[in-house]
Write a new protein. Structure first.
Length: 307
């Protein structure tokens, strides 16, 4: 069987070119997931959307990832898997509400605050030191959020607050994944995500179950396959590209989402979203470059590197 951690085909070009291609696939998959979720929301509840996304994910796992099941049966770090997926599930719920209620570009711009939350939770939970560059990135991210939501320019959409909570949840989930990678493979972590979130999604969907029609099935496939593909392609890109390249490239999701929102949903292109998102991007990008220079200086001085 195919291992989900290994691509089934070889991309042309150098490792750098391959990384950019995987990033392009990842961005398209993220947009597809958001469009599929929004289309399902026309007839289904948010709870059902989460359930059917996980159900499609289970089908993908059974089709291409059965080689991971022996590792899953060893039942490593089950409590941490449960905690991680509970947090991730709630974050997905808030994020999907944002996708349904906000312009797509706004959702993706606000989602880019996740590195700020990762820094906070790494300091609180992992006792990692917070560098000056990360503090500046956090301040810049806060300014960027204020530019996007523009308090005082009118009533702030509560959905924007939910997207920020989703970004915080994704940040906390990422910290838990960091701990899990010491005991489990990335593929096994994805399998556990499906196995835990599928029954959780089913139970929650029963609180607001609506009739399902055949016309919903294509969008279920788009959202479910898009969700798994987005994270898989992003992981493949991270194997080939440094974070200093991935961050600015990944930000192209914002203009891509703006174009899709404009042509498919008639959403106005808000320059404030691009300005605020750009501030968030540059803040995080500057922090990555600063930490990269610090690591290079430490290595050149002969001091041992601390992972």
């Amino acid at each position: 069987m195919t291992d989900m951690s290994t691509p089934r085909f070889r991309l042309p070009g150098t490792s750098f070119t391959q990384g950019l291609i995987w990033m392009a696939f990842s961005m398209v998959a993220f947009i597809a997931m958001s469009v599929g979720s929004r289309e399902m929301a026309e007839t289904l509840s948010i709870q059902q959307i989460l359930f059917f996304r996980a159900l499609v994910g289970l089908g993908v796992i059974l089709a291409v990832g059965r080689s991971l099941l022996p590792e899953v049966r060893r039942m490593k770090a089950v409590p941490l898997h449960l905690a991680r997926n509970f947090v991730h599930f709630i974050a997905q719920y808030f994020w999907t509400i944002g996708v349904v209620m906000l312009p797509l570009a706004s959702v993706f711009a606000l989602e880019f605050t996740m590195p700020i939350w990762v820094t906070l939770f790494a300091w609180l939970l992992l006792r990692e030191k917070v560098s000056r560059s990360r503090l500046l990135a956090t301040a810049g991210g806060f300014i960027g959020v204020m530019v996007i939501v523009r308090p005082g320019a009118g009533m702030i959409d509560p959905a924007a607050g939910l997207v920020l909570l989703a970004a915080a949840g994704y940040g906390l989930s990422l910290i838990m994944v960091k701990r899990l990678t010491g005991q489990c493979s990335p593929g096994a972590i994805v399998v556990w995500m499906i196995l835990i979130q599928l029954p959780l999604g089913f139970l929650v969907s029963l609180t607001d179950w609506r009739p399902v029609s055949v016309s919903d099935a294509p969008w279920m496939l788009v959202a479910g396959v898009g969700a798994l593909s987005a994270h898989f392609c992003q992981a493949q890109a991270l194997k080939r590209l440094e974070a200093s390249v991935v961050i600015p490239v990944d930000f192209l999701r914002v203009p891509m989402a703006a174009v899709v929102g404009y042509y498919f949903y008639g959403e106005a292109i808000d320059l404030w979203v691009f300005l605020g998102g750009g501030i968030i991007l540059l803040s995080n990008f500057q922090a990555v470059l600063s930490e990269r220079r610090k690591t290079a200086l430490t290595a050149s001085s002969g001091d041992p590197l601390v992972p």
